[in-house]
Design a protein around this ligand. Structure first.
Ligand SMILES: [Zn+2]
Length: 70
């Protein structure tokens, strides 16, 4: 089960435990911030939208895309 994704995407957990649903739920990943040190993502329950976790990605390629090429 693989889907075509942009090369900068990394594998993410499909489900996380949701404290509101009291069970594992599919999560949606939201990009919160793009920082020089990496991107911060928020994971939210796909059912009730409760935040179930966050991740700081050390990949800075997205940030560099925002800078002038010189
Ligand atoms: Zn939930």
């Amino acid at each position: 089960m693989r889907a075509e994704q942009p090369h900068y995407e990394t594998f993410e957990a499909a489900e996380l435990y949701c404290p509101r649903c009291k069970q594992a739920r599919p999560v949606r990943k939201h990009l919160l911030l793009i920082l020089p040190t990496g991107n911060k993502y928020d994971y939210r329950c796909a059912v009730c939208a409760t935040s179930v976790g966050s991740k700081l990605d050390s990949d800075t390629r997205d940030f560099s895309l925002l800078l002038p090429g010189t």
